[in-house]
Design a protein around this ligand. Structure first.
Ligand code: AMP
Length: 283
């Protein structure tokens, strides 16, 4: 696997592969790779001939009091994992080139209608930061396909809408949530948890989602009751609940009682981490 740091080097590599008629797959990440990222790589391999992974901790998507400075950066370990998984190119981007005039003084991409809901209401500017950097990365790499995790369901919905609205020439592919044995969704931020938080408390988030799904599948229609119950159980387990929203999976608006499919999006604070998870199902 080759590692490059500049736009020119990415474009030289990808341009040569495209000239050979190869299909390019892309997996954007912030690094500190875990099993969830690697399932995205495997998915990209199924849909393309050449796989490019980017690692970039994007300052534009972090709020002033968030963990930009302390976000784990483990490039050597990541390189080893990506090599083992047959990735062709790692693009470790640098802020000098992504935001040469600073991230504030930069054109922004915003998917207005989805921007302020769920994670967007607790993290203003978060999705604008993501939509902006992903647009840039698409224009740098020019992939045929790009893979994103369903773990970040709202992010995936925003990227799909952005690609459709702006006619970006890339196919977006979703990959299922990779979980630890306890049910906890894999995440770089799980590393902020103590062993006790990670093993004894964090799995409660997925249990609350699964139990709400079971209740709905057994006929419960009082979504407000389910939401209050999940908040109480998250708090009892040791979380500070942020949201637990039962939604239409296309619009992410509150579900009515007509949808055949639903998604429940949830987030909560635990120790030094803010964890998110979701569950997507048919009634
Ligand atoms: P991140 O490095 O956290 O920005 O994530 C990069 C990509 O990996 C995003 O598309 C995420 O949705 C995806 N991802 C992160 N965790 C998981 C997981 N547990 N299962 C599946 N995809 C994931």
């Amino acid at each position: 696997m080759q590692t490059v740091h500049t736009i020119a080097d990415v474009q030289a590599f990808v341009g040569a592969r495209r000239a050979e008629g190869l299909r390019v797959g892309f997996v954007p990440t912030m690094g500190n790779l875990h099993g969830g990222h690697l399932t995205l790589v495997e998915k990209a391999k199924q849909h393309s001939d050449v796989v490019v992974v980017s690692i970039y901790v994007n300052p534009l998507q972090f709020g002033p009091n968030e963990d930009y400075d302390s976000y784990p950066r483990t490039v050597e370990q990541d390189q080893q994992l990506l090599t083992e998984h047959g990735v062709n190119l790692l693009y470790a981007a640098s802020t000098n080139e992504i935001y040469p005039e600073g991230s504030d003084n930069h054109t922004h991409v915003t998917v207005d209608i989805l921007d302020g809901m769920h994670c967007g209401s607790s993290r203003p500017g978060f999705f604008r930061g993501i939509a902006t950097v992903v647009t840039k990365l698409f224009n740098i790499v020019r992939p045929d396909i790009a893979v994103f995790g369903e773990k970040d369901f709202q992010q995936l919905t925003i990227i799909r809408k952005m690609v459709s609205d702006l006619c970006l020439p890339v196919e977006i592919i979703g990959a299922p949530i990779a979980r630890e044995d306890t049910g906890l969704a894999m995440s770089s931020r799980n590393g902020y948890l103590s062993a006790e938080e990670r093993n004894d408390i964090a799995p409660a988030l997925y249990r609350c989602l699964s139990d709400a799904r079971s209740a709905i599948q057994e006929g419960e229609t009082d979504f407000d009751l389910l939401r209050r119950d999940a908040f109480a159980r998250m708090a009892e387990a040791g979380f500070k609940p942020d949201y637990f929203n039962i939604c239409n999976p296309q619009t992410l608006l509150p579900a009515t009682h007509n949808e055949r499919s639903l998604v429940i999006l949830a987030a909560g604070y635990l120790g030094k981490a803010r964890l998110i998870d979701n569950i997507y199902f048919d009634r």
